[in-house]
Design a protein around this ligand. Structure first.
Ligand SMILES: Cc1cc2nc3c(=O)[nH]c(=O)nc-3n(C[C@H](O)[C@H](O)[C@H](O)COP(=O)(O)OP(=O)(O)OC[C@H]3O[C@@H](n4cnc5c(N)ncnc54)[C@H](O)[C@@H]3O)c2cc1C
Length: 491
């Protein structure tokens, strides 16, 4: 069944284009019928100020920012539990600084849960060569110190989201709430028992049972539901040209080659690696059609063992994330985890001792495989009292590792805009909140467009560089982890 918001988008399209398709005309008829149906009734217990859809890093950060403003915020997440899924990411100092601006305590918890990254090194491994050539070395620790910013960190996905959740009020996050429909009551179309605000309904659980009860947000709804955002689809429908492209083709808008990404965690330092103690580095190597990352993600074995205590400390040694992007590799599937690991081993049989040690200490079950993707940024983020945040608005290639830092900056701006009149827009929810969300959109779209474009360009450069590398045969045999002719660069 089409939702009201979806139908309205189709009607707008129909009006702008008199030769609209049969399916659009059907949608217009469906919308006319839907107009007669009021938004579902909502119990008082299920009314809040702001409803956020999606409990990824963006949604959780937005919830923290808005709760610190004194708002009643709830986060609705489709997953039924927080699994230790995803492996490792790095977060830039300016991203953590955004988080710190509204929640220093949570920022400290996030830093403690990861590893501080002192340097970023980029090196080239020459097939058949004897050592890696270091192309760039960035003293990110010195830069952060001079700018009085938090450090750059590497952190596992589970520990990041646990640390963010630990800063929220109890019961903020509601699991097993997969968004179905949105009724924005402000336009007078869906006025009913729940009039005033935006009503959300949810899908029944996949394994049967009743759908969770509907929820009403007095102020606004924030769509932080990632790349294939349902909020974006429902709110902007056919106005959003990239809706269907994103769902079908991960790299469609950039016409980039297909790429597979493999991730795993291994002990830090990996057995056999030179040196001891913490790695404290993000090392990116270009080698024979691949980009290989080694990222210190700090202590603990929380993710592999499935532990899930919010913000909890974890015993054991540190960990190193080993990841590789195979540019130009068609989508691959493997019968068993062992075969996937064997594929990785075959790719890196001749490489630096550190890389070899990392892969040798990796258990087959720890390897995660994913694809690279992006999506054109939304040309509009806000409509009525519904807005977008994070990947839902600006999903970008991870070539510059900017997705989470940018989502944290969205959260800061959203909270600033909603509080700009001093009354959080609650005094006049039908006009002030809409204006605040329009301002948020105006302030965020230009910088996010620039960051997406930069990430896309970097992705293309990396893919082109790897395409020029010789295929097959002997691969890089770099001898030292640090290389000899490195050029230092400080941003
Ligand atoms: C291989 C790879 C490596 C990356 N590395 C980095 C890195 O090093 N640094 C970095 O900053 N970024 C990195 N990124 C990007 C980063 O992962 C994203 O930018 C970030 O996750 C965006 O956060 P988000 O909260 O906006 O969305 P997401 O993390 O996608 O979270 C969205 C949430 O919404 C939920 N959801 C979806 N639909 C619904 C629905 N209908 N109802 C309810 N809930 C729903 C999902 O279950 C999910 O929990 C990487 C991405 C990839 C693919």
């Amino acid at each position: 069944m089409r939702t009201l918001v979806e139908c309205r988008a189709r009607i707008a399209h129909h009006r702008a284009c008199p030769r609209a398709s049969k399916s659009t005309r059907r949608a217009v008829r469906a919308a006319s019928a839907a107009r007669r149906a009021p938004a579902p009734a909502v119990d008082d217990d299920n009314v809040c100020d702001v409803a956020i859809v999606g409990a990824g890093p963006g949604g959780l950060a937005a919830a923290l920012a808005l709760q610190r403003q004194g708002l009643d915020v709830r986060v609705f997440e489709q997953r039924e539990e927080f699994r230790p899924a995803g492996v490792a990411i790095f977060i830039w100092p300016h991203g953590l600084n955004a988080l710190k601006s509204f929640d220093p305590e949570t920022t400290e918890r996030v830093v403690d849960a990861g590893a501080v990254i002192d340097t970023i090194a980029i090196e080239q491994l020459q097939p058949g060569g004897t050592e890696a050539e270091e192309l760039v070395r960035i003293d990110v620790a010195g830069w952060s110190r001079r700018m009085d910013l938090p450090p750059q960190i590497g952190i596992t996905w589970a520990r990041l989201t646990n640390a963010l959740r630990a800063g929220l009020r109890p019961d903020t996050v509601r699991l097993a709430h997969r968004l179905a429909c949105i009724y924005d009551d402000d336009d007078g179309v869906a006025l009913g028992p729940s009039s005033g605000g935006v009503t959300l309904t949810f899908e029944p659980p996949r394994n049967g049972g009743d759908a969770p009860p509907p929820v009403r947000a007095r102020m606004c709804v924030v769509g932080a539901d990632g790349r294939n955002s349902r909020v974006r689809e429902l709110t902007f429908g056919e106005e959003d040209a990239s809706s269907s492209a994103a769902a079908s083709s991960p790299a469609s808008s950039a016409a980039a080659p297909e790429a597979n990404v493999y991730y795993a965690l291994s002990p830090n330092p990996p057995p056999g690696a030179n040196g001891a103690g913490s790695f404290n580095e993000l090392r990116f190597s270009l080698c024979d059609g691949s980009g290989i990352s080694l990222l210190d993600v700090g202590r603990g074995n929380l993710d592999i063992d499935g532990g899930d205590s919010p913000g909890g400390d974890s015993p054991g040694g540190g960990q190193l994330m080993f990841g590789t992007t195979r540019f130009s590799e068609p989508a691959r599937t493997f019968d068993t985890p062992e075969r996937r690991l064997a594929h990785l081993e075959s790719l890196f049989e001749n490489t630096t001792p550190l890389l070899k040690a990392a892969i040798a200490s990796t258990s087959p079950a720890a390897v995660v495989q994913t694809r690279l993707y992006e999506r054109d940024g939304a040309s509009r983020w806000s409509k009525g009292r519904v807005t977008l945040l994070g990947d839902a608005a600006h999903c970008m290639y991870p070539s510059l590792g900017l997705g989470i830092s940018t989502a944290f900056q969205d959260a800061v701006e959203l909270a600033n805009c909603l509080s700009s009149d001093g009354s959080l827009g609650l005094g006049n929810p039908n006009s002030d909140v809409r204006e605040a969300l329009a301002t948020y959109e105006r302030r965020r779209i230009p910088p996010c467009w620039a960051l997406q474009t930069g990430s896309r360009l970097m992705h293309r450069v990396l893919a082109a560089t790897s395409e020029r590398a010789p295929a097959g045969g002997e691969r890089g045999t770099g001898g030292g982890e640090r290389g000899g002719s490195g050029r230092r660069s400080e941003p």
